[in-house]
Ligand binder design. Structure first.
Ligand SMILES: Cc1cc2nc3c(=O)[nH]c(=O)nc-3n(C[C@H](O)[C@H](O)[C@H](O)COP(=O)(O)OP(=O)(O)OC[C@H]3O[C@@H](n4cnc5c(N)ncnc54)[C@H](O)[C@@H]3O)c2cc1C
Length: 469
């Protein structure tokens, strides 16, 4: 039986443990935090997440999709909130049954740990922070002084991965690494359920307040509450310092100097929210307390390669490729990682041959399959920040979304870029990116030349989409 050390019992690590256990491997999972089932979920991580088809496909393989979806809130589109309080729903797809799902991070993680623990060949070790990995011997060392060795180590220790650090510190030759931070950070806020239960905003939507320089979003929770996330610059941009606020295309005054740094006291926060999100403020009775109690998180993209240290260790999930959250794909992509790796592992009976399993061959093949796709979703996620922040408030973009919805309703084999990324688990991210970008450019161009989608000849538009394939 192969013995695998998994570092990190987050979303990817717990799902991976189930898959390895099903293959008959012996799995030890080391997690730096305490057991969240006993100690609660640590603050500072997103409370809920958008689960879509790639993630669902991975959960289905371990029989957990229906269980998780039973406690998810479907989100059928983006509900755009204008400054004057008007709302407009932009559906995610023109097809029935294509929507994303708001799930609880803690609930999902706990369900995966519980499921993994049902296998006698899986053991979780909490409060064990990995501090180093010897890439030559595969020995993982922990802050408690413990050190362990297995047949291989799979690092699912997230964006700040200690194992990646060890690979970078000479453990892996010619290790490529890049990290780029967005100037925006994020803070989570809260809209409670209605008195007596129910939702204070439309339940089945991802709400967006796009304000060009920044935005707020809100995802529904199963209990009727919403988790809001404010994405805002950490610091006001040097070029805007002392400048008079500009005007946006829709004539609205831009708060170009808005930043977390400027929101230092209750008056500043109240003034900012009343000005920018007036329809949300009455729904947020704990706004001030939440704002000052909750941490401000950083958002960045990490790319690195190779992920494999001679078959002795592999990076998987955010440890290999942290992405910004604007496509709602970080977890979905990490789950897809697990699915792809699983497809390369031997069937349980194969261990009976007695020959040692060739981890290096599997890890090399896995990297070849995945790198191009994780790079693609990282790039698309950054681009989507600007789409959510700016474009959803742009009339040409709104027309393009209407056109895409109509195309999807009329032509079953038409998929928008968003749909290719979100609802096509059979399509690699790299293909979605390549096809989607060309398609987006064409449709934006078409929509910039009309004032309403009704003016367009749908068959002619569809033919021009087919021509670019
Ligand atoms: C604000 C925000 C919103 C997001 N929204 C979405 C969304 O809607 N949809 C989506 O698909 N994705 C979303 N994501 C991305 C998603 O959270 C990540 O992609 C996902 O959590 C990655 O899973 P992971 O298991 O690789 O890492 P993590 O979930 O970060 O898990 C890593 C685990 O390793 C542990 N650990 C860390 N260091 C060590 C160590 N040295 N030793 C031992 N254990 C360690 C940690 O405690 C943790 O349990 C969002 C991210 C953010 C920040």
């Amino acid at each position: 039986m192969s013995k695998v050390i998994v570092i990190g019992a987050g979303l990817a690590g717990s799902l991976l443990a189930i898959n390895l256990a099903k293959r008959g491997m012996s799995v030890d999972v080391y997690e730096s935090r305490g057991d969240m089932r006993l100690e609660g979920v640590a603050a500072g991580r997103s409370i809920n997440l958008a689960l879509s088809d790639r993630g669902i496909a991975a959960l289905r393989e371990v029989g957990m999709d229906e269980y998780m979806l039973a406690e998810a809130v479907p989100m059928t589109g983006r509900m755009i909130h204008s400054i004057s309080g008007e709302t407009k729903l932009l559906p995610y797809s023109g097809r029935e049954g294509e929507y994303i799902n708001s799930v609880s991070r803690g609930g999902l993680n706990i369900a995966l740990i519980n499921e993994a623990e049902r296998y006698p060949n899986v053991k979780f070790h909490f409060n064990e922070r990995c501090v180093d990995l010897d890439c030559k011997t595969g020995e993982a060392r922990f802050s408690t002084g413990k050190s362990v060795t297995g047949d291989t180590v799979i690092a699912t220790d997230g964006a700040g991965s200690a194992v990646r650090q060890a690979m970078m510190n000479g453990g892996v030759e010619r290790f490529d690494y890049s990290q780029s931070w967005l100037e925006a950070g994020y803070k989570e806020l809260h809209i409670p359920p209605a008195d007596g239960g129910g939702f204070l905003l439309e339940k089945n939507a991802l709400h967006i307040w796009p304000r060009h320089q920044f935005m707020m979003i809100a995802l529904p929770n199963f209990d009727g509450s919403f988790t809001c996330t404010l994405f805002l610059a950490h610091k006001s941009s040097p070029s805007s310092e002392g400048a008079v606020d500009g005007a946006s295309a829709d004539g609205r005054v831009l708060s170009s100097e808005a930043s977390f740094d400027a929101l230092v006291d209750e008056a500043a926060v109240t003034d900012f929210f009343n000005r920018e999100f007036p329809d949300a403020v009455p729904l947020m009775p704990t706004l001030i307390d939440d704002f000052f109690a909750n941490p401000t998180g950083n958002l960045g993209t990490i790319k690195c390669f190779p992920w494999n240290a001679g078959g002795r260790a592999l990076l998987l999930g955010d440890s290999a490729h942290a992405v910004v959250p604007f496509y709602g794909q970080g977890m979905n992509c990490s789950f897809e990682d697990v699915r792809v790796l699983n497809s390369l592992l031997p069937e349980p009976g194969a261990r009976a041959t007695g020959s040692k399993f060739d981890w290096e061959r599997v890890f090399v093949e896995y990297g070849q399959l995945r790198k191009i796709n994780t790079d693609a979703i990282a790039d698309m996620a950054e681009e989507n920040f600007y789409e959510m922040r700016d474009a959803v408030a742009d009339p040409v973009f709104v027309r393009k979304r209407e056109l895409e919805t109509k195309l999807e309703q009329t032509y079953p084999d038409y998929f928008s870029k968003y749909s290719m990324v979100t609802f096509r688990e059979d399509l690699p991210y790299s293909v979605a990116k390549e096809k989607g970008n060309v398609q987006d450019k064409l449709l934006m161009d078409i929509c910039s030349r009309v004032s309403s989608v009704a003016e367009l000849d749908m068959d002619a538009v569809y033919r021009s989409v087919l021509e670019i394939k």
